[in-house]
Write a protein of this length. Structure first.
Length: 272
């Protein structure tokens, strides 16, 4: 056994879907030391980057695969049932199936694909190795299979495990969809700067760098986000004046509660 958990994974890994998220995972696996010839990718429309990995040993759209120890389902949720049905013949009862598809339940995965299922929700910062993924395992997933899933998911960032699949809708609303909220913050901060008289290019740069830098400070600091906010806020100062608006009645707190509730409800509606 090596100290690298990716190198301890046995057998063939079949990656179904190599779009942005599936491709990010594959890149993370290879960067983490997984041998390219251990991976088979099924992707009807591979990007140039994915096609280039075939030259390094990744088996792209191979017809002869052999036994599959692990299947990672990264197709679009709306394509899941069609894709899953074509893959089911390759899936043994002991095959680990790791799904990163939004709104797709463990029960549905078991019915369509079979195998032993881990359901996961990553987010788009996985593309730069800074994602966070939440995962939940079916009851028949072994400790070794859970370790395999953890290693594959951790190649793109942090992994948290939950025992209650019912939490995955709220997880989707907070972290799965969360990057869009942050990007909207940068977008609207720039727009407000322009409205205050800043040139568009300067306002955009100030907003992007402020959001990015503050996020990095939050990541590196051991202080709570509330404490970091308070550290920027002088009594009676400019920040305090702005926060009176953002934290007032019907301000950001209430908007965020409503937004997360709406996303959670939609996730439940999409569950299949």
């Amino acid at each position: 056994m090596t100290s690298n958990p990716l190198q301890n994974i046995a057998g063939t890994i079949l990656l179904a879907g190599a779009g942005k998220m599936g491709g990010a995972m594959l890149t993370g696996w290879l960067a983490g030391g997984l041998k390219p010839d251990r991976v088979v990718v099924i992707e009807p429309q591979p990007s140039a980057e994915i096609a280039g990995l075939a030259a390094k040993g990744v088996r792209l759209n191979a017809e002869e695969i052999g036994a599959v120890e692990t299947l990672v389902m990264a197709v679009k949720p709306q394509s899941f049932r069609e894709a899953g049905a074509t893959l089911k013949a390759r899936i043994a009862p002991s095959t680990l199936v790791v799904s990163i598809m939004a709104g797709t339940t463990i029960k549905s995965l078991q019915e369509v694909c079979g195998g032993t299922v881990v359901r996961a929700m990553p987010n788009t910062p996985a593309a730069i190795g800074r994602g966070i993924t939440v995962a939940v395992a079916a009851e028949n997933v072994s400790a070794a299979q859970r370790a395999t899933a953890d290693a594959l998911l951790r190649a793109t960032g942090t992994v948290e495990w939950v025992e209650d699949e019912g939490l995955m809708d709220a997880v989707t609303a907070v972290s799965g969809s969360g990057p869009a909220y942050v990007f909207l913050l940068a977008e609207e901060l720039a727009r407000a700067g322009i409205a205050a008289g800043l040139p568009e290019e300067l306002a955009t740069k100030l907003a992007r760098e402020t959001v990015a830098g503050s996020g990095e400070l939050l990541r590196r600091s051991e202080l709570a986000s509330a404490t970091l906010r308070q550290n920027v806020t002088s009594p009676g100062g400019t920040t305090a004046a702005a926060l009176e608006v953002l934290m007032g009645k019907d301000g950001l707190a209430q908007l965020m509660i409503r937004a997360i509730a709406a996303a959670t409800a939609r996730s439940k509606e999409l569950a299949k």
